[in-house]
Write a protein that binds this ligand. Structure first.
Ligand SMILES: Cc1cc2nc3c(=O)[nH]c(=O)nc-3n(C[C@H](O)[C@H](O)[C@H](O)COP(=O)(O)OP(=O)(O)OC[C@H]3O[C@@H](n4cnc5c(N)ncnc54)[C@H](O)[C@@H]3O)c2cc1C
Ligand code: FES
Length: 291
């Protein structure tokens, strides 16, 4: 069963924690990888009965005991080698508490929630992945899925924007995607540092040198809304179908199960109908000014 935009799950079809969608189950942190000065990736393993395996683009509600609960996307789907991974940027009390957790610590998990990236609709076409800042985290499983079934996709471009070179997520993995998988990987930063030989400027400035065929591209975008808007418009202007441009939206979330209304955007609940939706559907909703 798929969501309205071909997403991989909806609030109605996803499996939930055995105790119900509002009750966190306990997971233990098994690995903690410091990605940048303010961002870590936590790998988790179930202590109780595990929640359903998340799909690329879905998110979980992670509960830092004594601090609070926040929505965090899956940045690495469970595999034979790895438990589910989440990459978290410390911006406030709860994300700071999560980022401080060491291996052995306990965390509460609800989910997975929402409609994920419908990676299969890109089969037979070129693939473009554009991540701005922490927005690369929910996109990493898309690249993993393309890598796992490489022969099913055409040319692949990955564009990454970060504040500074030190803020670029997963640099070693980006290098492997470029050198081993032959993907076109381009990184740009807002502010360069000594020794940086790469691009400086907005991620949108990388679009011109992209060797993908715009009229047969499926694009996956996640980052600041202004970035997604400009990239989407550029792609549409050069022939990409707006229905094949997928974006992941961020809204304030509490329940994650279409109950509280905190995430409402026009007629949609981002927690359940999103966070991944097509640009064709997102554009009119984001054009409405909210107070
Ligand atoms: C579907 C979804 C997936 C997400 N995935 C990730 C992820 O993979 N990694 C990650 O680091 N973060 C992710 N976020 C954002 C994360 O949930 C927020 O950073 C977190 O809720 C902040 O909580 P806090 O208590 O630490 O900070 P708060 O004290 O609540 O906020 C601190 C600052 O962050 C801002 N902020 C709060 N919530 C958000 C939000 N949802 N989006 C943007 N700014 C916000 C506030 O305005 C404030 O300036 C995701 C959000 C959503 C909705
Ligand atoms: S977070 Fe409560 S309705 Fe979406």
């Amino acid at each position: 069963m798929t969501g309205e935009d071909g997403g991989v799950a909806t609030v109605d079809d996803r499996a939930r924690s055995p105790a119900g969608p509002m009750v966190p189950v306990r997971y233990r942190v098994t690995d903690r990888c410091v990605e940048t000065a303010d961002t870590v990736t936590l790998e988790l393993a179930p202590v109780d009965e595990p929640v359903q395996d998340p799909a690329p683009g879905q998110f979980s509600m992670l509960y830092a005991f004594g601090a609070g609960e926040v929505p965090i996307s899956i940045s690495g789907c469970p595999t034979a080698q790895h438990g589910p991974r989440h990459t978290i940027r410390a911006v406030g009390a709860t994300t700071r508490a999560l980022c401080r957790l060491e291996p052995g610590s306990m965390v509460g998990v609800r989910g997975p929630f929402g409609a994920g990236w419908p990676v299969s609709i890109a089969e037979g076409a070129d693939v473009l992945v554009v991540g701005g800042g922490i927005g690369l985290a929910p996109l990493r499983p898309v690249v993993h899925e393309v890598l796992a079934q490489r022969e099913r996709f055409g040319r692949v471009g990955v564009l990454v924007g970060a504040r500074t070179p030190a803020d670029v997520l997963y640099p070693a993995e980006l290098e492997r995607w470029r050198s081993e998988a032959g993907f076109h990987v381009d990184v740009t930063v807002d502010v360069a540092a000594r020794g940086w030989r790469g691009h400086v400027g907005l991620v949108t400035s990388l679009l011109d040198r992209l060797p993908i065929r715009r009229d047969r591209t499926t694009a996956f975008l996640c980052g600041p809304e202004i970035m997604m808007r400009i990239v989407a418009q550029d792609l549409i202007d050069s022939g990409t179908d707006p229905a094949r441009i997928l974006v992941s939206l961020e809204r304030n979330m509490h329940c994650a199960v279409r109950l509280c209304g905190h995430c409402q955007l026009g007629p949609m609940f981002v927690c359940a109908d999103g966070p991944v939706i097509s640009w064709a559907r997102a554009a009119p909703l984001l054009a409405v000014r909210r107070w």
